[in-house]
Design a protein around this ligand. Structure first.
Ligand code: SF4
Length: 195
């Protein structure tokens, strides 16, 4: 309406305040970063924190992520939430392979990232042996604040194209480690739109 009114009032000169210009590539990266859907894939206790992050108090819908997809073909983020057993590893890889490109992986918690306290033959000692990890969220379990930090970091990597550059250069994930945020921490609040 504003465009029509301004054109009628001011002629073509009225258009100058009604246009944004940009590159299609930037628009695609921006929209990708704000419409990522995670595959429903919880493995252990970390998954409880992941579910809590999606619930009303933390509300992943703020990031365009309110739906965890039951089909990997409708998901582009895998959050590995919990320790990965040797038996589950090929299943996890199959789910990853069925996800659409481009796709990203967050390793949530020390068990997924390193095997954690499960230093034994039954547990995969680092999920990066199975899938390319883009962001590591530390903690046992990571708090919802830490997971949101990881998600925001991933979104930033998608938006500025860094993740694709690293993947092309190394053939692996971005491998970014973030710092842990204590539950309810007031010193490092998650502020939307501040990045
Ligand atoms: S990191 Fe802690 S909370 Fe997460 S799966 Fe391992 S033991 Fe459970």
């Amino acid at each position: 309406m504003a465009i029509v009114r301004d054109v009628l009032d001011d002629g073509l000169g009225g258009l100058e305040h009604n246009f944004l210009t940009g590159r299609v590539e930037d628009l695609v990266k921006w929209s990708r970063s704000r419409s990522s859907w995670a595959a429903t894939f919880g493995l252990a206790c970390c998954a409880i924190e992941m579910m809590g992050t999606g619930a009303a108090h933390y509300d992943l819908a703020r990031f365009g992520m309110e739906v965890f997809r039951a089909s990997p073909r409708q998901a582009d983020i895998m959050i590995v939430a919990g320790r990965v057993s040797q038996k589950m590893a090929p299943v996890m890889r199959q789910v990853y392979d069925q996800m659409m490109e481009p796709k990203w992986v967050i390793s949530m918690g020390v068990c997924a990232s390193t095997g954690g306290m499960f230093n034994n033959y039954a547990i995969v000692q680092g999920v990066d042996q199975i899938v390319p990890v883009d962001v590591y969220a530390p903690g046992c379990p990571p708090t919802p604040e830490t997971l949101i930090h990881a998600i925001e970091t991933l979104h930033q990597l998608i938006e500025d194209g860094e993740i694709m550059r690293r993947r092309a250069a190394t053939g692996a994930g971005a491998n970014v480690h973030i710092t842990e945020i204590a539950a309810g921490a007031t010193t490092t609040p998650i502020v939307l739109g501040a990045r």
